[in-house]
Design a protein around this ligand. Structure first.
Ligand code: PLP
Length: 399
């Protein structure tokens, strides 16, 4: 029996090494990785540039503290500022911590202005923001909140896409709207461009902040650096993680300077957040993500994947019910139970994928995936649906 908490329904499969979009199990079997450690390994496995950065950084100081200047962190922060809406960055170790910082930043901004009752945040049903007490309250999913004592107050929830419902929730206490531009865990739902623009307009009209959770959909996954760029709007605060470290634990909260300026010494902190080792790797990730043609490649591969999924939908209309997502954050609402389908793909077809809410199969390949990798994934998916079809016919004839 494992010594670990039973918080995951783990597969017994363990991997020993990786190469690009492939992971190799302990017995050497290759698996096509359309999972990427849940959208983390954006640059694939065994990336030589990242390995080089890690090796070089490992021979320097691993950790100092944020009470000292960390040159790699300054550099990464500046590069993020130069390439986004933000003027200011706080580094964390995870997505949930990036969200905690984002929520604190939004509330503190109003508090520092003397608007001390303005702390309420409008968030959305079906969202996921992490597993800390703050972020489970922010997402409001009763399954995650139940059993952990009184939930943090100050969050209300609307249905995504319903601008009128959002407006109806605004009160003098509202400080911000918090949303994932593409809901990941909740079922791979891309917010319509008009909805995102409508939220921005509501924030402007009511003097509220727009806080985005781009932990899963950001860092190139949708074919732009950040998913909100598709709608042409900018947020005031944004949480980032996953792809930013390419597999090394790293996250960040980005904010406009005016909004971040109340976060003075004593308001927030992190022992590890943005340490030299993490930021050396973060800089190496950024070298490749910001290289010319990277986002265009993701966009093209996203379109290729969408095309293959449309073919699958035509071929297996009884199993492929709906296509969702954006770029290389793709979702297929399927008829067979998704947990079983993920296991079937893994065990019978050696392909890794992840489930999401509403019985959605989530495909999250490394962003370096090629057309051939995508075609291979489509063939494996087709083989899995064919097998289900055969089994169903077989069951009927024996009945
Ligand atoms: N926000 C979103 C959109 C996520 O998908 C996740 C993780 O899946 C988180 C926040 C939490 O990130 P972490 O697990 O790194 O704390």
């Amino acid at each position: 029996m494992s010594a670990l908490y039973g918080t995951y329904a783990r597969s017994e499969l363990a991997f020993e090494r990786g190469e690009g979009v492939r992971l190799f199990s302990q017995d050497g079997t290759p698996f096509l990785d359309f999972h990427s450690g849940i959208a983390v390994n954006a640059l694939g496995h065994g990336n030589p540039h990242l390995i080089g950065a890690l090796k070089a950084a490992s021979e320097k100081v691993w950790h100092t503290s944020n009470v000292f200047t960390i040159p790699e962190q300054e550099r990464l922060g500046q590069r993020l500022v130069d390439n986004t809406f933000a003027d200011s960055v706080f580094f964390t170790n995870s997505g949930a911590e990036a969200l905690e910082c984002a929520i604190k930043t939004a509330r503190h901004y109003f508090w520092a202005k003397g608007e001390t009752d303005r702390y309420e945040i409008i968030a959305f049903t079906g969202s996921f923001h992490g597993r800390t007490l703050g972020t489970i309250a922010a997402a409001g999913n009763p399954h995650y909140v139940e059993g952990f004592g009184p939930a943090l107050t100050g969050f209300v929830h609307a249905a995504p896409g319903d601008l009128k419902a959002v407006e109806a929730l605004i009160t003098p206490n509202t400080c911000a709207i918090l949303i994932e531009p593409v809901q990941g865990e909740g079922g791979v739902t891309a917010m319509p461009v008009e909805f995102m623009r409508g939220l921005r307009a509501l924030c402007d009209k009511h003097g509220m902040l727009l806080v985005l959770d781009e932990v899963q959909c950001g860092y190139g996954r949708t074919g732009k650096f950040f998913a909100h760029e598709w709608s042409g709007i900018v947020p005031d605060v944004m949480a980032v993680a996953k792809g930013i470290g390419g597999g090394f634990p790293l996250g960040a909260c980005l904010a406009k300077g005016e909004v971040a300026k109340s976060m003075v010494p004593g308001t927030h902190g992190s022992t590890y957040g943005g340490n030299p080792l993490a930021c050396a790797i973060g800089n190496a990730v950024l070298d490749q993500v910001l290289a010319p043609g990277f986002f265009a490649h993701v966009d093209a591969m996203g379109q290729r994947l969408a095309w293959h999924l449309q073919q699958l939908q035509q071929r297996f209309p009884n199993y492929v019910l709906e296509l969702r997502g954006k770029g290389l954050l793709a979702g297929i609402k399927i008829a067979p139970p998704v947990r079983e389908f993920v296991a079937r793909l893994r065990d019978d077809h050696h392909m890794l994928a992840q489930g999401a809410g509403e019985n959605v199969l989530r495909l999250l390949p490394p962003l370096i995936a090629t057309e051939a990798d995508i075609e291979e994934a489509a063939n494996k998916l087709a083989a899995a649906f064919e097998a289900i079809e055969r089994e169903a016919v077989g069951a009927k004839t024996t009945a």
